[in-house]
Design a protein around this ligand. Structure first.
Ligand code: GLY
Ligand code: MN
Ligand code: MN
Length: 436
């Protein structure tokens, strides 16, 4: 079954190949979270659930039974309900689950306790997500108890409960061409938003007004929601890593750091640009910016197959430490400062993270105790930064309140990398030319 070019049945097949014999997979959907008695938060499907099904409704459960003769793929979902659909919108019902989403069988979610034991009985292994907030543990215990109660009638109780996460995380970590089309599109829309914001920002504007430029562009581009809460921080707010208030006035002479990315068809982008609220960078801002940009360039050059993921991190630490020593912001020998971690006064986060359906996407960073090597199809962010909080003591005043991060989304290719967010300017000259 395909939707937006994605072959969900192939994904289920690929996952099935990784299972032990006689296994059943259970995956639960997200639920709707109510905001008050009359309004809900926007629904966002669980990424694992969507990855395997493309089924975008709450109150649903997937059962995948590769070694069964019948009912290999079963969806439990809400019933059609003309009254509720009139108020809340379309439901696929069991008909849609079969005809549109390729289930061999579909049942009402209200029948899950009745039907599920018959789907689990006789299987040896049950895989499910042990980390998902949409846990199915409660149901699972109940269903297993029901099977156990019937052993004298010949029921066989599954023996092993196994984590689905490690298998699915690895599949999700390597993106295929269809996923990359969506991620490129997310990157394009996000870059368009950064360009619009760089063009339209003016002193006196509020951070939330600049945020509106992003949301406008995201939604107009077909991305209804940001992939995470947008960070729009002017002046000293740019030094607060997860700043979300976005309610201060932007002042001439300050920089504004915007970390904002849209989610397009369940795939995230995650892009940061830092630019002047007025027309130009000040001398001090430029000096810090050039260090971050150099760290970004050198770290990005390390993103290629066979390189360990950590190399980009180490490179960024070295460039930033040496740059800050040159400016007199760090004192001593680079090696010593790095060994003692003293650079983290100004650069206190990692170089980046996996990116995909979730902004901090799934996948291990180490394998057998070693930082893993990069492989074609992995997508990750490169996001070095320097943050000089205005409350820092023993720092010359001219540097205070400067916070700079430059973040891009990189796909590891056969020969190196492709920057999915290349359209948003990074060089000082290119940014300033948008400000004139
Ligand atoms: N926007 C979250 C991050 O950069 O990791
Ligand atoms: Mn990031
Ligand atoms: Mn970010």
């Amino acid at each position: 079954m395909t939707a937006k070019g994605i072959d969900f049945s192939l994904r289920r097949e690929n996952l099935s190949k990784l299972l032990l014999d006689d296994s059943v997979i259970l995956v639960a959907s997200s639920s709707i979270k109510s905001r008050n008695s009359d309004a809900d938060f926007p629904f966002r499907q669980d990424s694992n659930f969507y990855y395997l099904s493309g089924f975008n409704e709450p109150e649903s459960l997937l059962v995948i039974r590769p070694s069964a003769k019948k009912r290999k793929y079963v969806i439990f979902c809400r019933d059609r309900d003309p009254l509720r659909e009139q108020w809340d919108g379309f439901r696929s019902g069991q008909g849609g689950a079969k005809e549109v989403h390729g289930a061999d069988e579909a049942y009402s979610i209200s029948l899950v306790d009745e039907v599920m034991p018959s789907l689990l009985e006789g299987a040896r292994n049950i895989y499910y997500s042990m980390s998902s907030p949409n846990g199915i543990n409660v149901g699972l215990n109940k269903w297993l108890d029901q099977i156990r109660a019937n052993t004298r009638q010949g029921s066989e109780v599954p023996e092993n409960l196994l984590s689905l996460d490690s298998l699915l995380d690895e599949l999700r970590l390597l993106k295929d061409e269809e996923e990359l089309l969506l991620m490129r599109k997310a990157g394009e829309i996000t870059c368009e938003a950064h360009i619009r914001a760089m063009t339209n920002v003016t002193p006196g504007m509020y951070e939330y007004q600049l945020e509106a430029e992003y949301l406008h562009t995201f939604i107009k581009g077909g991305a209804r929601f940001p992939a995470y809460n947008s960070i729009v921080g002017g002046g000293n707010n740019s030094c607060i890593l997860h700043y979300n208030e976005n309610n201060s006035e932007l002042a001439d002479g300050d920089l504004v750091l915007v970390d904002a990315g849209c989610e397009y068809e369940h795939y995230a982008s995650d892009v940061t640009r830092t630019f002047p609220v007025g027309k130009k960078f000040t001398v001090e801002q430029k000096k810090i910016y050039e260090i971050v940009l150099e760290a970004h360039k050198q770290a990005s050059a390390e993103i290629k197959p066979g390189n360990p993921w950590i190399r980009a991190q180490d490179t960024s630490v070295k460039v930033i430490t040496e740059g800050l020593i040159d400016l007199g912001l760090l004192k001593g020998k680079a090696n010593e400062i790095i060994k003692k971690g003293e650079y983290s006064k100004f650069y206190m986060h990692r170089i980046g993270h996996w990116l995909g359906m979730d902004v901090h996407d799934v996948g291990n960073y180490k394998k057998n105790g070693q930082w893993r090597d990069l492989e074609p199809g992995m997508v990750l962010t490169i996001e070095p930064g320097i943050y000089i909080l205005d409350s820092l003591e023993d720092v010359e005043e001219k540097w205070l309140g400067i916070g700079i991060r430059i973040e891009d989304d990189l796909l590891v290719t056969e020969n190196g990398n492709e920057v999915l967010s290349a359209n948003a300017p990074r060089d000082i000259q290119d940014i300033e030319s948008l400000r004139s």
